[in-house]
Design a protein around this ligand. Sequence first.
Ligand SMILES: [Zn+2]
Length: 126
Amino acid sequence: MSGTQNRHPGVVTKVCEYCGRPLVVAGAGRPRRYCTAACRQRAYRSRAIAAEVRERIELGQLALQLRDNADRLLLLSQGWQPPDGTDALDVLLTETVHLATELAQRGHVLGGNETGHETPIPRSPD
Ligand SMILES: [Zn+2]
């Protein structure tokens, strides 16, 4: 039998994907993944937190890249010439604007968490 699929009406025992407790699944309808609504909500919330952590890491990398670009722009303004010519000023400026724009837009998405209130999580899709 293949995982969650059950072509025969009846009872299949699985485990809750969050707490690991046995889960009785009726053959009809969508297979359940969690034993309770609380487990479903906690699992959904932990996925949301993991996604937010990833987002913050990516934003940090964007910020580092932006700072690196700012350093290069400063060096260029002081007469430094990149050895391979790849950091031409217009390319660097365009990239810097894109980085700053992306950082501003994505940073704004996370801005709501700074208030200290718990972020409302939309209802779990399953
Ligand atoms: Zn559970």
